[in-house]
Design a binder for this molecule. Structure first.
Ligand code: ADP
Ligand code: MG
Length: 867
């Protein structure tokens, strides 16, 4: 066997340290991959798999040209791989022995900074989780913007927080990954899992890592000193970034403490059911709330809007603070349009300043930054004159970072190239040395012209020409007609068909000077650019703050714009428990339908707390209850809402659950999922929450379903007292209004027209008393025969399921027996316990009982009932 070459030994050493990434190993103009990496890459990228060496030593190999490497890397990342870039650390021509190489960067889904790999309006989060029994620590960073946050939460909230953040990569300790249990949620949510050794998460190490990164003696200054397990997670984040980025992380200049206590909590299911960021079935933005609201003009605004949607506020003053700004721009359409026109000219200052700080920005990025900053002085002037506190303070805080704009303006040409190695970036007059080199290069052209004229004069050969090609450099070309007039000093270089080419020592001297001037100019430009970028990066913090102001201004102007475009009104926010909306519309359907029917909701939080909505399929129940939840959420974002008038007492959480058959079936029994989720509501809701239940209980048989729906309603009424909307096609559930105060029945009006039914989509008080399922079936085109048979069956069923008072055969639980429904008890449904007691009574042999026995027995029976 032939021994391994030094280069392959080097490869193996480097690969050993980066086992979980595909290693892009720079060899000349290519990045090569070997062994399994080569096989994987050739499969994923469709590139040819070749081999290095032959026979026993054959090593699978695949390569991509270095100048187009980014497109391949892009595809590998999308396909779920990490890529480690291994570059040549010295000029191969100067290397003694094998060229020194090292990994310069590891690209992973959670640590992207390249425009090509990121979506403008999405944050890209790297999340670390440290679970410590009951409590867990989360920390997340968007490397492309520098925003770094941490939060301690109860372990039970992990999944919901995970759903809120939607990280693209998740760091866990190795033990956590192998102990299972923690992992399924991550895979369910599509994140790459990266295990790290346990010591990275150790508190002391993590704390130390953070202090070192920020260069501080503690985390006091960030208000993070007292954080629990999220310190461990935050330390792991920084550790991992250092490991993978190998560049300055200066732009991560602070760590912020996040608390979901400050925001309305939306668990994962609620986020999905309400279709906040994407639709449930197709996962598209179109058709979601975001789709309606996102008229932002900057990427920064786009990202912030998403955060506002998934983390609405719950303190009335904070909401009003935003509302005031929205209202001001809503009313002043001239100002609004002016501002929005200006915002259009602002590029992604946040991400550009990150690229600057990581030394990955090119001259075009700087020009975009300059153009963006140029908009700001006028923008600032405009908003400083605003009346609302929020806009005024945005105006005051808007730092146009003039120095940077001027610096870039004087140094960089208006339309520089993409690459920073080929010159053409720096303006004339910025650097003397550079100007001189350019002068030599340019005067070269004149010199050549002069030289040519001189030579023609000297030799008398009129067709003498000076030319240039890559192989010979400058040459003198003379056609064969003048073959005999060639001066002695000419040195022949090349023979063509009709001419000969010559050089002279003088010409070659000049060539060297001109060509090296060009090379030196390029090198110098690269240096100047590097220094300039460095200089700009010293303003990173200010640029980040400016970006934040722009984002907020963009979102506020967007909410005003959407409100004005769609005829929204401003809700009144209170800290009461009411929920009154007049003529509310569903934000999404309102936009796509011409004749959407507005509806009211009237929950005063005292007389009415819960609403049961009945009506046939397709009547509009689901739409209505989602609409109410969406309007509350929009109101608490600070937005206007599609309604004529509204008074909304802030909610602390919104829970939405949809009965099984509306959701795509998953592995678990859907009914089980439904019940799990309902249990989550019953355990976590408070009297400030908003609960929206859509056909919960449907995932099982009718009687089970109805019983469960009934029991849930009772429980919410008795123990939680939260504002609740319950849509159901079990019209029997309307009975509950008679039993419990604070529950109101609504139904969706339907008109019968002969055998037809017409959906009026109007919510009215009272319960629906008929199921129109069969009519709906007919609308859908079910054959006549089937419909007739269904009618007969329904008639039979109804006859059997009503009691003597024509009420459905349901009873309330024991203590409410005396209420309006009266009726004989069908104990088999609700009361197995009572049945046991009855049985015991039946079995009593009264004649043999002493009075004391009887009392004891009575006591025992009573106990049985109350356990
Ligand atoms: P249900 O839950 O009662 O079966 P949905 O809420 O799913 O009914 O509504 C069915 C369809 O009715 C919706 O897709 C929509 O097209 C229409 N719809 C619902 N509410 C309204 C309304 N207020 N105005 C106009 N059309 C509506
Ligand atoms: Mg429905």
């Amino acid at each position: 066997m032939i021994p391994v070459t030094p280069m392959m030994r080097q490869y193996k050493d480097i690969k050993k340290k980066h086992g979980d990434a595909l290693l892009f190993f720079r060899v000349g103009d290519f990045y090569e991959m070997f062994y399994d990496d080569a096989k994987t890459a050739s499969k994923v990228l469709g590139i040819t798999l070749t081999s290095r060496s032959k026979g026993d030593n054959a090593v699978p190999m695949a390569g991509v040209p270095h100048h187009s490497a980014h497109t391949y890397i892009h595809r590998l990342i999308k396909a779920g791989y990490k890529v480690a870039i291994c570059d040549q650390m010295e000029d191969p021509e100067e290397a003694k022995g094998v060229v020194e190489r090292d990994v310069t960067r590891i690209i992973t889904p959670g640590t992207l900074t390249d425009d090509l790999l990121l979506k403008d309006k999405d944050n890209n989060y790297l999340l670390a989780i440290f679970a410590n029994g009951e409590s867990a620590g989360l920390s997340w960073v968007d490397l492309s913007t520098g925003k770094f946050q941490a939060q301690d939460i109860p372990t039970t909230q992990l999944i919901d927080e995970f759903a809120r953040l939607r990280p693209s990569e998740c760091l866990l300790s190795e033990e956590m990954v192998t102990s299972k249990g923690e992992q399924p949620f991550a895979s369910a949510l599509n994140a790459m899992i990266t295990p790290l050794p346990g010591w990275v998460f150790a508190r002391d190490t993590a704390y130390q890592t953070l202090k070192e990164h920020f260069g501080t003696a503690s985390l006091e200054g960030f208000g993070c000193e007292s954080l629990g397990p999220s310190i461990n997670a935050a330390g792991a984040v920084i550790h991992y970034l250092k490991e993978t980025q190998r560049t300055s992380l200066k732009h991560i200049s602070k760590i912020e403490r996040f608390s979901n206590q400050d925001y309305v909590i939306l668990d994962r299911t609620t986020q999905q059911c309400l279709e906040l960021l994407e639709t449930m079935r197709t996962h598209e933005k179109d058709g979601s709330l975001l789709g309606v609201l996102d008229q932002t003009l900057t990427s920064m605004g786009g990202r912030l809007l998403k955060q506002w949607i998934i983390s609405p506020l719950k303190i009335p003053e904070e909401i009003r603070y935003r509302q005031d700004g929205v209202r001001e721009l809503f009313k002043d359409s001239i100002l609004r349009n002016e501002l929005r026109e200006m915002l259009k000219g602002v590029y992604d200052i946040e991400r550009i300043s990150t690229k600057v700080s990581c030394a990955r920005a090119n001259a075009r990025d700087l020009v975009s930054l300059k153009q963006s900053l140029a908009v700001l002085p006028k923008l600032k002037e405009k908003i400083c004159t605003c009346a609302s506190v929020i806009l005024k303070s945005l105006g005051e805080n808007l730092d146009p970072v003039e120095e940077v704009r001027i610096l870039i303006g004087t140094a960089i040409v208006p339309d520089p190239p993409h690459t920073i190695k080929d010159g053409g970036m720096i303006r004339e007059g910025y650097d003397q040395d550079l100007d001189e080199l350019h002068h030599i290069r340019k005067s070269g052209k004149n010199w050549i012209a002069n030289f040519q004229a001189e030579e023609i004069k000297r030799t008398g050969i009129n067709s003498l020409k000076v030319g240039y090609n890559r192989v010979f450099g400058y040459y003198i070309e003379i056609t064969n007609t003048y073959k005999d007039n060639i001066p002695q000093t000419y040195i022949r270089k090349q023979t063509l068909k009709n001419a000969e080419r010559y050089i002279t020592p003088e010409l070659k001297d000049y060539e060297t000077k001109v060509l090296t001037a060009d090379e030196r100019a390029k090198e110098l430009e690269y240096d100047i650019f590097g220094r300039l970028r460095e200089e700009v990066s010293s303003h990173t913090k200010r640029l980040q703050k400016t970006a934040e102001v722009i984002a907020t201004l963009d979102v506020i102007s967007t909410l005003a714009h959407v409100a004005a475009e769609n005829g929204y009104g401003m809700p009144e926010i209170t800290d009461g428990l009411e929920l009154n909306i007049i003529d509310g519309r569903h934000p999404v359907l309102d936009k796509i339908m011409d004749n959407f029917v507005p509806n009211d909701v009237a929950i005063d939080g005292a007389q009415t707390m819960m609403v049961v909505i009945t009506g046939p399929n397709m009547a509009g129940k689901s739409t209505y209850i989602r609409q109410v939840a969406l309007l509350v959420l929009m109101a608490q974002m600070g937005s206007f809402i599609p309604a004529k008038q509204a008074t909304i007492g802030v909610v602390d959480r919104i829970f939405t659950r949809v009965g099984a058959s509306d959701e795509l079936a998953s592995g678990q029994s859907t009914f089980m999922v439904e019940m799990n989720e309902t249990a989550n509501i019953l355990n976590n809701a408070t009297n400030r929450s908003l609960i929206v239940l859509d056909e919960v209980g449907r995932g099982t048989s009718t009687f089970d379903g109805l019983s469960i729906a009934w029991a849930i309603t009772e429980y919410i009424y008795e123990h939680i007292k939260a504002r609740t909307l319950f849509a159901t096609h079990y019209h029997e559930l309307t009975e509950i209004e008679l039993l419990l105060p604070c529950i109101k029945n609504y139904n969706i009006a339907v008109k019968e027209w002969g055998d037809e039914i017409i959906f009026l989509r109007k919510i009215v008080e009272g319960g629906a008393d008929k199921s129109y399922g069969i009519h709906v079936a007919r609308l859908a085109g079910i054959p006549r025969e089937v419909l007739d048979r269904a009618k007969t069956l329904l008639a039979n069923l109804e006859a059997n399921s009503l009691d003597i008072n024509n009420k459905p055969k349901f009873v309330p639980s024991e203590d409410k027996k005396t209420s309006a429904s009266g009726g004989p008890a069908q104990l088999s449904i609700f009361a197995p316990k009572e049945e046991g007691v009855l049985q015991s009574i039946k079995e009593l042999d009264i004649p043999t009982l002493t009075p004391l026995d009887a009392l004891n027995k009575l006591n025992e029976l009573k106990k049985k009932l109350s356990t």
